[in-house]
Write a protein of this length. Structure first.
Length: 319
């Protein structure tokens, strides 16, 4: 019986390794950033290495494709497109193949955000008369609404532990945007920022789940800020008269990518998580914006954890 358990344990271990190899065969082998650019005459989805090299186009459609977001497993990128006459959510494999429409609604669906397990997508939609947060399965099924407020709710982002969603809303009394949190079933909605009359918007959750980066106009122009999830320790990471927006954390939490027009047009920049060591990644006369980060090294931690668990299971049956 002991030999049977050992054999079964090794099968599970090998299965984990083969599964890991299968995933890696489909996901990028090095860290990359997806972004949108109109350098070819209309907005398309592009991908580049994190040092700005190897920029190449992923979509090629006369419509507008924008707001790309990597799936956490690295296999797909979700994005907005108006190729069907209004904004819809699409997904595409990271090699540019297998584009498919997940939403099919006569109103606008946009700003997708992946759940940490890559099985669900939160998004914004005005299908019920005003903008609300919705969620659906990765195949587009089971679409349902999470917020129900006469204000404008948008830009959802999933917490790394999969328990909460941050979003921005105009439900504040003065009508400005503020950052809110809610449970993934839509319950327990609460205000995180409160800074009238300026707007706080476009939240992005840090990989450790402790902080949220966002855009704020509280200094007169859009800047990148960060706040702890308890609402404390707000601080400005950029300090420039230009427009800075759409923060995106590196998977290890050490850097933040964002777009800025500080050099005359929108380009992708990256900085350390404390705002230091700023450098530009794109340099194109067109506009480049909406960065989204993927790093296979960050994924390998969870894969190693699964193999380690299997190894511990084997050991428990050999003593």
């Amino acid at each position: 019986m002991k030999l049977v358990y050992i054999a079964l344990g090794w099968l599970l271990l090998c299965g984990s390794i083969l599964l890991s190899m299968s995933v890696w065969a489909q996901a990028p082998q090095q860290a990359q950033i997806a972004f949108n650019s109109n350098r070819d005459g209309n907005w398309e989805i592009y991908v580049m290495d994190v040092d700005g090299n190897n920029q190449h186009r992923l979509t090629n459609n006369p419509a507008q494709d924008s707001n790309p977001v990597w799936s956490p497993d690295g296999k797909m990128i979700a994005f907005n497109s108006n190729r069907d006459g209004n904004w819809e959510i699409y997904v595409i494999d990271v090699d540019g193949n297998n584009q498919r429409n997940l939403t099919n609604n006569p109103t606008n669906d946009y700003c997708p955000s992946w759940s940490p397990d890559s099985k669900m997508i939160a998004f914004s939609s005005d299908r019920d008369g005003n903008n609300e947060i919705y969620v659906m399965d990765v195949d587009g099924n089971n679409q349902h609404r999470l917020t129900n407020n006469p204000a404008w709710d948008a830009y959802p982002t999933w917490s790394p532990d999969g328990k909460m969603i941050a979003f921005d809303s105009t439900r504040a009394r003065d009508g400005n945007d503020e950052i809110y949190l809610m449970d993934i079933d839509g319950n327990n909605q609460r205000n995180l920022t409160n800074n009238p009359p300026a707007s706080d918007f476009c939240p992005a959750w840090s990989p450790d789940g402790q902080r949220i980066a966002f855009v704020s106009q509280r200094d007169g122009n859009p800047e990148i800020y960060v706040i702890d999830v308890d609402g404390k320790n707000q601080r400005n990471l950029t300090n420039d008269p230009a427009v800075d927006g759409v923060p995106a954390w590196s998977p290890d939490g050490k850097m933040i990518a964002f777009n800025s027009n500080r050099d005359g047009n929108a380009e992708i920049y990256v900085m350390d998580a404390d705002g230091n060591n700023l450098r530009r990644l794109t340099n194109n006369p067109a506009d480049n914006s909406w960065p989204s980060w993927f790093d296979p090294a960050a994924r390998s931690v969870s894969t190693a954890g699964k193999i380690g668990t299997t190894w511990a299971w084997i050991k428990s049956y050999t003593h």
